[in-house]
Design a protein around this ligand. Structure first.
Ligand code: PMP
Length: 455
């Protein structure tokens, strides 16, 4: 019966179409009007889609995309399993839209302690689908047509399209490398802002600056002086700061992660963004958060309630329990936030050593789980193509994964279009990997070096 109604409806629609002068029906009726919204123009390409596919097809060792290949800590997995199979079956249902109450409460307590201020869990914290959605909410909530947003290069690539989708204009200012002294390896600290150049980017049109410290891809941890420079300009020009701090616990060599929101005049104008993915080595859970004054977060809630609305309850419950545990062990040797950076620092040092040994000069990162290396000495393996549209490092990374089975990400992916060739002889590796993975990477590099040097 239903089928008969369906058929006759189709017949009726076809008849109407031919009466209306449409071309005769031939299979699917094709639309001819443009379907793409204007705000999507020019932002359809995505480096991760391309390089994740290449890594899946060719790599034997994947140091490309940023995720650990080791498991999250047992206490976190147990919390998840407990939430999933425990008696509280309401954990399988929707929870509060702006964050599961146990999670926003513990985040308010934890960040309240870090920032030295009382936070209201219901208004000063919002849970998001990863830090990605937190960023999206910020740009949608704050950026109007014609507003400018300052982005420090190299930058986590989604900032640029997200600003554009909100109708804003990204304004780029680069970190400029200084050659290290005495033949030492370069450090991410050698990449610095030029204060005059930074100041020149602020104007009446500037609405916000996005800061990412520790920075992906360089691993730079902005020091107090650098943060004060940015903070002073934000206050002077009355500008918002979107502070992407997803790698806040991953700092090495005794360096300190300073929260720009704790500097004078900054709390009122800063949204802090965090990620359980990076914090607890569980990137697939996609639990993130924003912390800031209600004055700002109320607008993020508007975007959140009209887009994603809600994040997975079970994952939020488990992350809440993870933070509860960490609060109890804060600063103690058995805290995961103390242990993880220790382990990662060792992994960083291994990778620094293997790259240095083969002449792929590493820039030693002060934080994050990324390391950028100079490929200049390997250029003879991958000849330059003059006037190519594709930056050299991108062709190099593709060649490397296809021919050596080692996946990495070109640094040019972290620059805007016109600047992609400014620093095009670097690639980024992720060292949040098992010892065996790093050893396999070392084997590939050593073999490659031997092949290069043998007559
Ligand atoms: N910001 C930065 C700087 C990142 O590197 C990433 C992930 N690579 C994100 C935000 C997104 O984090 P999440 O996976 O929690 O969405």
């Amino acid at each position: 019966m239903l089928r008969r109604v369906g058929l006759s409806l189709r017949h009726f629609l076809l008849e109407r179409k031919s009466c209306a002068g449409y071309s005769s029906y031939s299979g699917e009726a094709k639309m001819s009007r443009p379907v793409q919204a204007r705000r999507l123009e020019g932002i359809d390409k995505n480096i991760w889609v391309e390089f994740v596919k290449l890594a899946a097809t060719y790599s034997t060792v994947n140091l490309g995309q940023g995720f650990p290949d080791f498991p999250p800590p047992d206490f976190l997995k147990e919390a998840f399993v407990g939430a999933l199979s425990g008696e509280n079956h309401m954990l399988h249902q929707y929870t509060r839209a702006f964050g599961h109450p146990p999670l926003v409460k513990i985040l308010a307590q934890f960040f309240g302690k870090l920032l030295g201020r009382d936070l209201d869990p219901m208004t000063d914290v919002m849970v998001t689908v990863g830090a990605y959605q937190a960023l999206f909410c910020c740009f949608q909530a704050f950026v109007d047509e014609g507003d400018e947003v300052i982005i420090i290069e190299p930058f986590f690539d989604c900032y640029e399209p997200m600003v554009k989708m909100a109708g804003g204009t990204p304004v780029f200012v680069p970190l400029r490398p200084k050659a290290p002294k005495d033949g030492k390896l370069m450090s991410s600290a050698d990449w610095q802002l030029d204060p005059a150049e930074l100041a020149s980017k602020f104007s009446k049109r500037t609405k916000a600056i996005i800061l990412n410290s520790p920075n992906n891809p360089l691993g730079k941890v902005f020091n107090r002086g650098e943060l004060e420079l940015i903070a002073d300009l934000c206050v002077k020009h009355d500008i918002l700061c979107i502070s992407d701090e997803v790698y806040e616990w991953l700092v090495y060599d005794g360096k300190e992660h300073i929260r720009i929101a704790s500097l004078q005049g900054m709390w009122d104008r800063t949204v802090i963004i965090g990620s359980a993915g990076k914090t607890f080595s569980a990137t697939g859970w996609k639990v993130g958060w924003t912390v800031g004054p209600n004055r700002l977060l109320q607008h993020l809630r508007t975007v959140h309630q009209n887009s994603v609305y809600h994040c997975a309850t079970v994952a939020q419950e488990a992350v809440a329990q993870g933070f509860q545990r960490e609060l109890e062990r804060y600063g103690k040797p058995d805290s995961y936030f103390v242990q993880l950076p220790k382990e990662l620092q060792q992994k960083r040092d291994w990778l620094v050593q293997s790259l240095d040994a083969v002449g792929m000069k590493p820039i030693v990162p002060e934080g994050t789980y990324f390391l950028v290396a100079d490929i200049s000495e390997f250029k003879s393996d991958v000849p330059d193509v003059p006037n190519s549209d594709e930056p050299y490092d991108s062709r190099f990374a593709k060649w490397m994964v296809k021919n050596k089975g080692l996946a990495a990400i070109p640094l040019s992916a972290f620059y805007c279009g016109p600047h992609k060739n400014n620093y095009n002889h670097f690639i980024r590796f992720c060292f949040a990997k098992e010892e065996a993975t790093l050893k396999a990477a070392n084997d590939i590099l050593q073999k490659w070096k031997r092949e290069k040097t043998s007559p």
